[in-house]
Design a protein around this ligand. Structure first.
Ligand code: IPD
Ligand code: CA
Ligand code: CA
Ligand code: CA
Length: 265
């Protein structure tokens, strides 16, 4: 690990741990929706905003020349070549309802490449961390994805974006996929879904329309744990579809999603 990657990892771990503690210990009993964003079901709470403020303030103090991109509006160009991609609370709807599947997701990029990813899941008491070329760890222990099962034995995670006009098409994909696999899970946090692939708790995962803050850290974790990640076969870098699975399952899953037109309305 380079000295800089080590420094970035430590900052990401410290920032995610602080924000995770704020979210876990500071959740108001009467927490409510503060505002809606892209659609009436795309909600934000005061705690999403407080966590992003904590993380960006912490990072800016230590590395004032770095760029920042946060879901709740942080946007700083920076001049150092390092840029932080932050989802201060991934799984807001779970958090709002008091369900435990939510996380803080922080990735660091150098010249556009993700080199560090940290996903902190306080209610699971788990920290997922990955460094490019340095492996993936959960609570300090090496993480590895499962070997590919037969397709019909695969447990597949997915999620549904907040654009309500896309939901019927997403339901059609689930309808076609469900009879062909072991089962489908919808956990409610894309960052945790990707880490679950890396930990062998899901065989595979796909979702349409994620943003960089949803997947940057979890994607690196899944890859460093041995999974393949990517998008549409014709356009792997397209943000339209995110797929993660071990070699041997990735290809047929991506192929089936392609056949089903999983990114079409
Ligand atoms: C959402 C979660 C969810 C996924 C949505 C994301 P948020 O992020 O990751 O699992 O299905 O596409 O937008 O809004 O809770 O940070
Ligand atoms: Ca959100
Ligand atoms: Ca998110
Ligand atoms: Ca979020």
């Amino acid at each position: 690990m380079t000295d800089l990657n080590g420094e970035l990892l430590q900052i990401a771990l410290d920032a995610a741990q602080r924000a995770g503690a704020l979210l876990r210990d500071g959740r108001p009993r009467d927490l409510d929706v503060a505002a809606t964003k892209s659609s009436p079901i795309d909600v934000v709470t005061e705690m999403d905003l407080a966590a992003e403020k904590l993380i960006t303030g912490f990072i800016a103090e230590l590395r004032p020349d770095d760029g920042l991109l946060g879901e709740e509006g942080a946007s700083v160009e920076g001049s150092s070549g390092v840029r932080w991609i932050i989802d201060p609370l991934d799984g807001t709807v779970n958090y709002l309802y008091g369900l435990p599947c939510w996380a803080v997701s922080i990735a660091a990029q150098r010249d556009g490449q993700t080199v560090v990813g940290v996903v902190e899941a306080p209610m699971r008491r788990e920290t997922y961390q990955a460094v490019l070329g340095g492996g993936a760890r959960v609570n300090g222990e090496p993480a590895r994805c499962r070997p590919a099962p037969a397709f019909e034995q695969a447990l597949i995670g997915t999620g549904f974006g907040y654009l309500t006009e896309r939901r019927a098409a997403q339901a059609e994909v689930v309808r076609a996929l469900l009879p062909r696999v072991r089962d489908i899970r919808r956990g409610g946090s894309a960052a945790i879904d990707l880490c679950d692939v890396g930990c062998g708790r899901l065989d595979g995962y796909y979702e349409r329309g994620l943003n960089p803050w949803d997947y940057a850290a979890g994607d690196l974790f899944a890859r460093e744990a041995g999974a393949l990640t990517g998008g549409r076969p014709a356009d792997p870098a397209s943000p339209e579809l995110t797929v993660a699975a071990p070699p041997g399952l990735f290809e047929p899953l991506q192929g089936l999603l392609d056949e089903l037109g999983a990114w079409h309305d």
